[in-house]
Design a protein around this ligand. Structure first.
Ligand SMILES: Cc1cc2nc3c(=O)[nH]c(=O)nc-3n(C[C@H](O)[C@H](O)[C@H](O)COP(=O)(O)OP(=O)(O)OC[C@H]3O[C@@H](n4cnc5c(N)ncnc54)[C@H](O)[C@@H]3O)c2cc1C
Ligand code: SF4
Ligand code: SF4
Length: 379
């Protein structure tokens, strides 16, 4: 077989690699820095199991229960060390207390990968959004093996959860899945380049990168970068070159521009996001240090929420209120005309130069330009 799926649709979920009975599939980095499945035709027996399992090729019926909350953790220190309202940490603590394990994304040697946490003291590694695609390696096999005898909480992007569920095939009482409202994931190659440049400017190795530091607020968050020489850089996300490039939509995985796993096609038990705009609907209840949107998708998710709600301040809300401030829940990012040029330039230009060239041209698609032209003519 030549390929499992067209490159521009593949999310890199690893389900095909994990299912292959001949280990004929490996995930290899493409020019854009994202990993894609490559088939070794000397090993492939053409059983097509990979295509039968791929969650992009095989979409399932899965309506959400559609119960929604605004919520945040009762402990302020949990909120301050999380991206939104620290609902993830409330759920993770509950699973760890029940003797289970928690799987999520952590930065290890400047690379983002999914790791397993068994102790509460290690939970800090998973907390907070990291804006690049995480490497799953063979984590799905670990999950399949461990749900036989303990609770496993898996947190990831909607496509990662869809891949895991496809690989597990039948849902399992011990498996709890959380996904995030997902704008899309930027390229790990961009992040590596950014860190290399910072390390050389500082003449010191990176010690910690916080993408969602709340010293400047929840909505007006900063990137806080700490080096081994104990120097810090703290920049508002709106002024940070890496974040500007992420939000320019030039650096996302191609599948993110036509994402199959938006609202209405959720594979997780609970979806978490920032409740942007919450102050307009619930000015008395919301927490300005971080308020989450919590969407319950399954009965299991509902039971889980009931088990943790004692550690939260929460209130029922309407899905429309979440959707209004958070289009990423239902809509994909718009493919820019400049994405290809951006990845050509990524090899040559510095991050500052890339930011100058590409940050301003967010979403200036042909359609957008025509619309602007028509508006000008009409004036
Ligand atoms: C790439 C990305 C894009 C996002 N886009 C939006 C958006 O458009 N709108 C919105 O409302 N919310 C978005 N979020 C989610 C939001 O930032 C918070 O993560 C979410 O509200 C949960 O917050 P929390 O305080 O409960 O938990 P947190 O402590 O913030 O928990 C974060 C959880 O996310 C996991 N995680 C972090 N980074 C990654 C990653 N790169 N890949 C997979 N899993 C990861 C961690 O393992 C942890 O389980 C995005 C998150 C990411 C990672
Ligand atoms: S989406 Fe997942 S299963 Fe499908 S081809 Fe890509 S990595 Fe394989
Ligand atoms: S936007 Fe869709 S395809 Fe892209 S990372 Fe998020 S869930 Fe996956």
């Amino acid at each position: 077989m030549e390929q499992v799926l067209e490159k521009n649709r593949c999310t890199g979920c690893t389900a095909c690699m994990n299912i292959c009975p001949k280990n004929a599939i490996v995930m290899k980095e493409g020019k854009d820095g994202f990993k894609y499945p490559f088939i070794d035709n000397n090993k492939c027996i053409n059983c097509k199991l990979c295509q039968k399992i791929c969650p992009v090729i095989n979409t399932r019926e899965n309506a959400s229960l559609n119960t929604c909350y605004l919520a945040y953790n009762k402990k302020i220190e949990e909120i301050l060390s999380s991206s939104s309202g620290a609902i993830f940490s409330a759920i993770a603590n509950f699973i760890l207390d029940s003797g289970g394990v928690v799987i999520g994304a952590a930065l290890v040697n400047n690379k983002l990968k999914h790791i397993v946490i068994e102790k509460k003291e290690d939970l800090f590694k998973l907390k907070g959004s990291k804006y690049l695609q995480s490497d799953l390696n063979d984590m799905f096999k670990y999950v399949k093996e461990n749900i036989k005898h303990k609770k496993v909480l898996f947190a990831g992007t909607p496509c990662q959860v869809a891949g895991l569920k496809a690989f597990i095939k039948n849902d399992n009482d011990n498996l709890y899945c959380i996904d995030l409202i997902c704008h899309g994931v930027p390229s790990p190659k961009l992040f590596s380049k950014y860190i290399k440049e910072l390390e050389s400017q500082e003449n010191s190795k990176l010690k910690d990168y916080n993408f969602r530091n709340k010293e400047t607020g929840w909505v007006t968050y900063s990137n806080r970068i700490t080096f081994e020489n104990n120097n810090n850089i703290s920049e508002l996300a709106s002024q940070n070159d890496y974040m500007k490039l992420f939000l320019s939509d030039n650096a996302l995985r191609e599948s993110c521009y036509n994402c199959n796993f938006k609202f209405g096609n959720k594979y997780s038990d609970i979806t978490l996001g920032d409740f942007w705009g919450v102050q307009d609907y619930y000015p008395k209840t919301y927490n300005k240090k971080g308020t989450s949107a919590v969407i319950i998708n399954t009965k299991k998710g509902n039971i889980l929420f009931n088990q943790i709600k004692g550690s939260l301040i929460y209130q029922n809300c309407n899905i429309e209120e979440i959707l209004n401030g958070n289009p990423s829940l239902s809509k994909s990012a718009v493919l820019t005309e400049t994405r290809k040029d951006f990845f050509d330039d990524l090899e040559q230009l510095s991050i500052t130069a890339l930011s100058k060239k590409y940050s301003k041209i967010r979403k200036r698609t042909l359609r957008g330009r025509i619309k602007q032209l028509i508006l000008k003519i009409c004036k």
